[in-house]
Design a protein around this ligand. Structure first.
Ligand code: KIV
Ligand code: NA
Length: 265
């Protein structure tokens, strides 16, 4: 199988082929995601929420991200594996950002990193790129800034924030990012950014005009039962499927119908 690279993604945008991206955090799930034909697997810091049960993405550490990433890398035969730099591992200064990115690349074997922000982190982005590490940007609703925003609602609805986002996107492209995630912004703005950039945009809650789409796997498989924002399409009801299966197992054990004679040695 031919590995997807950042160049493949650029070629996909050039010929108008959409890019499919999905998160994964462990070996078994990543193997399914890769097998299903995913172009990009994102080891998102959403692991903080869906894997560790934290309320925000802020608590997850660089070591924990490396653990998730190395598990995913072992499973991904075709997909490009991109890893989030967690909160606190790159905002301090560009040297710290580079050493965090290097740790991810070296210790997990991933193919690139993603970080949140625009012009504020320009120096860090270019320093990481100078080391030959592919960088993906992330603009709009950037969950590591949730305490600044105060809410998870749509970003850049007002002209000032929209103008800043367009400026940030341009900057990330100029610096040499291979793509940028646009999270929870108006479709019209995402369309404008996608058309003005040469590099691919990957949307989540950003409408149909982005060059690709990304979702959190627990959300789209219906494992995360309570979370049903407008942008989410749920492709399965795994909470119910798993709950029924596990409930049946409990029932069988209690009823002494498992294990049966056929299931013993
Ligand atoms: O952490 C994550 O899962 C993400 C995607 C939602 C883009 O950053
Ligand atoms: Na993230």
């Amino acid at each position: 199988i031919k590995r997807i690279t950042t160049h493949t993604l650029q070629e996909m945008k050039n010929r108008g082929e959409k890019i499919a991206m999905l998160t994964a955090y462990d070996y078994s799930m990543a193997a399914i995601v890769d097998n299903a034909g995913m172009d990009v697997i994102l080891v998102g810091d959403s692991a903080s929420n869906v894997m560790a049960g934290h309320e925000t993405t802020l608590p997850i550490t660089l070591d924990q991200m490396i653990y998730h990433a190395s598990s995913v890398v072992r499973a991904a035969k075709r997909a490009l594996v991109i890893v989030d730099l967690p909160f606190g591992s790159y905002q301090g200064n560009s040297k710290e950002a580079l050493s965090s990115a290097i740790r991810i690349m070296k210790e997990s074997g991933a193919h690139g990193i993603k970080l949140e922000g625009g012009v504020e982190i320009a120096e860090s982005v270019s320093r990481i790129l100078t080391a030959g590490i592919p960088v993906m940007g992330h603009l709009g609703l950037t969950p590591q800034s949730i305490y600044k925003f105060g809410t998870y609602t749509v970003r850049a609805k007002e002209e000032a924030e929209a103008a800043k986002l367009k400026e940030d996107a341009k900057k990330l492209e100029e610096l040499g990012c291979f793509g940028v995630v646009l999270e929870k912004i108006p479709a019209k703005l995402a369309k404008e950014v996608s058309e003005s950039l040469h590099i691919p945009t990957i949307g989540i809650g950003a409408g149909q005009h982005c060059d690709g789409q990304v979702l959190v796997i627990h959300d789209m498989l219906g494992i995360n039962k309570g979370f049903k924002p407008r942008f989410l399409r749920q492709y399965a009801d795994l909470f119910d499927v798993m709950n029924n299966a596990i409930g049946n197992y409990v029932t069988d054990v209690k009823a002494k119908s498992f294990p049966s004679e056929k299931e013993e040695y």
